[in-house]
Ligand binder design. Structure first.
Ligand SMILES: C[S@@+](CC[C@H](N)C(=O)[O-])C[C@H]1O[C@@H](n2cnc3c(N)ncnc32)[C@H](O)[C@@H]1O
Length: 234
């Protein structure tokens, strides 16, 4: 798909958003954030929040989950650091400047990847989703809150029209569900678990993907079982 939104545009946009972000995007998206976190904590364990921003969602987690946050924007992360120390959130392991498309974590590092209002802002969404799958352990889940653009009709026309403006503000308007669906279809180890449009207008959705065992991992398990069976017979 190429880089439709430039990294430089994103960092500049979120440096401008950082001082006012919580006022503009805090309460209005609280319901969706809480839904995503409840979904993430059903799996629980070590959770990576990609594009954690100012850390608005961090206090919504129970203390049970271990959290790591990454974001491209230093000014947004500074706000997140202040929130974590102000509220004494001891379950936050770290907040790191990192690109969602190329993260410094080893494969299979996390039980859950959460990304809220992020996939439509990154330069190459499919590359970011690939990276989420890489750092997620088999059996883990990706939990997204994401804008889903219209497939057709007047809303589609309006979204296309305003896209050049919103890209400068730091996100895409046009992002049909088909783009997620075709990414998942191309991946052997990915299964769509949930796609629920959220109130009030259904423009944003709660989306969950599961990472199934990779083909080679299943093969290794079968080989091990066969070897153990052979050893028992011998
Ligand atoms: C709309 S904000 C959402 C912030 C937070 N998740 C929330 O719910 O309020 C998008 C965030 O994604 C971050 N972001 C955009 N592209 C990124 C990338 N390639 N890697 C990491 N973070 C990125 C931005 O810096 C910004 O903090």
């Amino acid at each position: 798909m190429g880089e439709e939104v430039k990294k430089d545009t994103i960092t500049k946009a979120y440096a401008r958003w950082a001082p006012v972000y919580d006022v503009v995007f805090g309460p209005v998206f609280e319901h969706a954030r809480r839904r995503a976190i409840a979904a993430a904590e059903r799996t629980g364990g070590r959770i990576l929040e990609v594009g954690v921003g100012t850390g608005l969602s961090l206090p919504y987690y129970t203390g049970e989950s271990q959290l790591v946050g990454v974001d491209l924007s230093e000014p947004m992360l500074r706000k997140a650091h202040a929130r974590v120390s102000g509220l004494g959130l001891r379950n936050v392991e770290g907040l790191l400047v990192m690109d969602a498309q190329k993260m410094a974590f080893p494969d299979n590092s996390f039980d859950v990847i959460v990304a809220q209002y992020v996939v439509t802002t990154v330069p190459d969404p499919e590359a970011a989703l690939d990276e989420f799958i890489r750092v997620l352990r088999p059996g883990g889940e990706i939990v997204l809150v994401s804008r889903i653009g219209a497939d057709r009709g007047l809303r589609r026309v309006i979204e296309k029209r305003f896209t050049p403006i919103t890209r400068r503000l730091g996100w895409r308007l046009e992002f049909p569900w088909a783009r997620y669906a075709s990414w998942a279809e191309r991946k052997e180890s990915v299964r769509v678990v949930e796609h629920t449009p959220l109130a009030p207008f259904g423009h944003f959705s709660l989306i969950r993907f599961a990472k199934t065992k990779s083909v080679s991992a299943v093969q290794i398990d079968e080989d091990t079982v066969e070897a153990e069976a052979a050893a028992e017979i011998a």
